[in-house]
Design a protein around this ligand. Structure first.
Ligand code: A3D
Length: 320
């Protein structure tokens, strides 16, 4: 059976990490695309030279021509610019929207049957623009954010409780911005929800609120430390989890930015919600019950995404 073909559009910090993880997990052959000449070729060669040591059989190709992504099964998009200290994700909108128009045109022409995972920020607006430009089925184009935000929340909680990260499950919904919604009621340690852990005196409300806020600021915390760019190990690992669920038809229940057609009372926007990812792409949106407080937070987050999409339409009216 032929190996899967995975195209990475953008071969920067996340792109390079994605390629390395794909090699180590032998998920498929990798085509690394970038507008910078030599960058994808150099990274592809370097990664290929690590294969004999790590013992994996995966091809790496670095390219500057969209024709080389032809027939890709999965495409992960990180093309664009990341944040610098002091910038919000939304500050990247104008420049990255232009990048999405180029990337979308390339995907539409050469790999319209691929499963596309967008990572470029501001995520919920960029994945919306990418779907609009490609015209691809909406279950075939998704955004990665919830797995990463959830992973940050899980890590902070595991540290707090001094338990394995494996036993903490978390739900972070809404847009991937300052208004994201970590749902404490649906976050558990080995199935025990956080409200019960408060009753068991594992944590106070106040401390939990601090961890929720640290989760919301998780991306900015890394940006501030790095000074030159944003996080890439955890974002890459998160997108790989989604790609693997698609390629192996695992039907993992993963939060992702999915196109909503009335679920959660939202129509025509990409918003972070729990989904099932399998061989048919984003196969199902899972609609969970939100209480009044959670619903208010979620709606506030939806409003922020709506404003970003409206800003996209002002810049590129053709996308409406
Ligand atoms: P970086 O290392 O700068 O890589 C981006 C790459 O895109 C560079 O190699 C550029 O040459 C390339 N590029 C720029 N314009 C184009 C173009 N028109 N066509 C093709 N390639 C182009 O950034 P990074 O890998 O650290 O981050 C990539 C994106 O992911 C940024 O927008 C980040 O904000 C975003 N990001 C999102 C998350 C989420 O959770 C959603 C997390 C972290 C970063």
């Amino acid at each position: 059976m032929a190996r899967a073909k995975i195209a990475l559009i953008g071969s920067g910090m996340i792109g390079g990490t994605l390629a390395h993880l794909i090699g180590l997990k032998e998920l498929g052959d990798v085509v690394m695309f970038d507008i910078a000449e030599g960058l994808p070729q150099g990274k592809a060669l370097d990664l290929a030279e690590s294969a004999p040591v790590d013992g994996f059989n995966v091809g790496f190709q670095g390219v500057n021509d969209y024709a080389d992504i032809k027939g890709a099964d999965v495409i992960i998009v990180t093309a664009g610019v990341p944040r610098k200290p002091g910038m919000s994700r939304d500050d990247l909108l104008e420049i990255n929207l232009k990048v999405m128009e180029q990337v979308g045109a390339g995907i539409k022409k050469y790999a319209p049957d691929a499963f596309v995972i967008c990572i470029t920020n501001p995520l919920d607006a960029m994945v919306w623009a990418l779907q609009r430009v490609t015209g691809m089925p909406k279950n075939q184009v998704v955004g990665m954010a919830g797995v990463l935000d959830g992973s940050r929340f899980r890590y902070f909680l595991a540290r707090e409780f001094d338990v394995s990260v494996e036993d903490v499950t978390a739900f972070v919904l809404g847009g991937h911005g300052d208004t994201m919604v970590p749902l404490t009621r649906y976050t558990t340690v080995a199935g025990i929800p956080l409200p019960d852990l408060i009753k068991m005196n594992w944590i106070t409300h106040e401390r939990l609120n601090e961890i929720v806020q640290r989760t919301r600021d998780g991306g900015a915390e890394v940006v501030k430390l790095l000074k030159t760019g944003s996080a890439y190990y955890a974002p890459a690992a998160s997108a790989i989890e989604m790609a693997e669920s698609y390629l192996k038809d695992k039907k993992r229940v993963l939060p992702c930015a999915a196109y909503l057609t009335g679920e959660y009372g939202v129509k025509g926007l990409y918003i972070g919600v729990p989904t099932v990812i399998g061989a048919k792409g984003m196969e199902r949106v899972i609609e969970i019950d939100l209480n009044t407080h959670e619903r208010l937070d979620f709606n506030r987050s939806v409003e922020a995404v709506k404003n970003l999409v409206e800003a996209c339409v002002r810049i590129a009216p053709g996308l409406a």
